[in-house]
Design a protein around this ligand. Structure first.
Ligand code: ZN
Length: 215
């Protein structure tokens, strides 16, 4: 099974991708990671990418395709892959189709974790973690049992991410829509887009994804 997993920041995409990697030995193909690996390995295309990035320019579709193409030739990809962060435009999606076809591969599903924006704001703006042991808490859904004291380690020191505020969440949602909207019609036309309720509990979301992959 080869999939693209889509979802705005906070929808649990990273968690679900990790579960698929652990549970099914699928390979997560993140363009950022692949670029860094190619640069570090000093491959011809990695050196090209390095020069472009050093000049402060965006890496071209051609370079990303080249790096993805080389990665798709590695054996572990046969276990199934999860594409992360690519494609982002209809042009890239068409180019990915050609690349996969050349290699005798295909995308089985494009799975989007859907979220309700207001509920996402509620979920993200309330979260905080223990500064000592990183246990997660939430203002409304999971307060420490003793107010101001971590249940796990007893620390009284908590922290919040600076960008977990309403404006930042709404900006991230708008960016996600702008980046993702262009590729959905491409895959809708192929009939492979599936939607999962990203606001459900982690176990329910992973069960829904498993249902799609095994269905
Ligand atoms: Zn703690």
């Amino acid at each position: 099974m080869n999939i693209i997993l889509l979802g705005p920041p906070g929808a649990g995409k990273g968690t679900q991708a990790s579960l698929l990697v652990e549970g099914r030995a699928m390979v997560q193909l993140s363009t950022g990671d692949m670029l860094r690996a190619a640069v570090a390995a000093g491959t011809e295309i990695g050196l090209k990418a390095k020069a472009v990035m050093a000049a402060g320019e965006l890496v071209s579709d051609e370079i990303v395709d080249g790096i993805l193409s080389a990665r798709l030739d590695e054996d572990d990809v046969a276990r199934g892959f999860i594409l992360d962060g690519y494609p982002r435009t209809a042009v890239q999606a068409a180019s990915l189709d050609r690349l996969l076809e050349q290699k005798g591969l295909k995308l089985d599903h494009v799975i989007e974790l859907e979220v309700d924006e207001d509920a996402l704001v509620d979920r993200i703006t309330g979260r905080f973690t223990c500064a000592s042991c990183n246990t997660p808490y939430h203002d409304r859904y999971k307060r420490p049992q003793a107010e101001g004291v971590c249940d796990v380690c007893g620390s009284a020191d908590f922290k919040r991410r600076a960008d977990d505020n309403e404006q930042a969440v709404r900006t991230r949602m708008a960016e996600y829509r702008a980046k993702t909207a262009p590729i959905l019609p491409h895959y809708e036309a192929q009939g492979i887009v599936r939607r999962v309720d990203g606001m459900a509990a982690v176990g329910e979301v992973s069960a829904a994804i498993a249902g799609i992959l095994d269905g």
